[in-house]
Write a protein of this length. Structure first.
Length: 141
């Protein structure tokens, strides 16, 4: 295991910090995995909800957000359902998270570019930027 900033092996005092994943992000990634299992088939929201034990109403909102993020497309009609917009190998976890959670690197509502620290806390800004880059790199592959 390496440290969160990617600077070498982790010692017990420098272990990588786990990130917290919301139910929305968890459900979105699971829904995409369900769609990726059979990319040629249109899958209904009911089928995804049942297969992944996700509340249907919540799932339908998530699928709408994934559609706005150009990750999922919906088809109407008797043979309707949902499909990924492109092969699963071309969709990153970072894209899914961005579609349902918005920009990940916001602190108290500020982007990293807008954030300012003063005095003894100035060095924290560089730390936040390194962590954001490491997170983007990890989940964009």
């Amino acid at each position: 295991m390496t440290t969160a900033d990617g600077n070498g092996p982790a010692s017990p005092s420098r272990l990588a910090v786990p990130i917290r994943i919301s139910a929305r992000a968890d459900y979105a990634t699971r829904a995409c995995a369900e769609l990726a299992a059979d990319p040629a088939t249109r899958v209904s929201g009911d089928q995804i909800a049942a297969a992944q034990n996700i509340p249907l109403k919540f799932l339908l909102n998530i699928l709408t957000e994934l559609g706005r993020g150009n990750i999922v497309r919906s088809h109407r009609g008797n043979s309707g359902g949902y499909q990924l917009t492109r092969p699963a190998s071309q969709i990153t976890i970072a894209e899914i998270l961005h579609a349902v959670e918005g920009p990940a690197a916001r602190i108290r509502g500020f982007s990293r570019q807008e954030l300012r620290y003063a005095g003894a806390a100035e060095h924290y800004l560089a730390s936040w930027r390194r962590r954001a880059r490491a997170t983007r790199s990890r989940y964009s592959k």
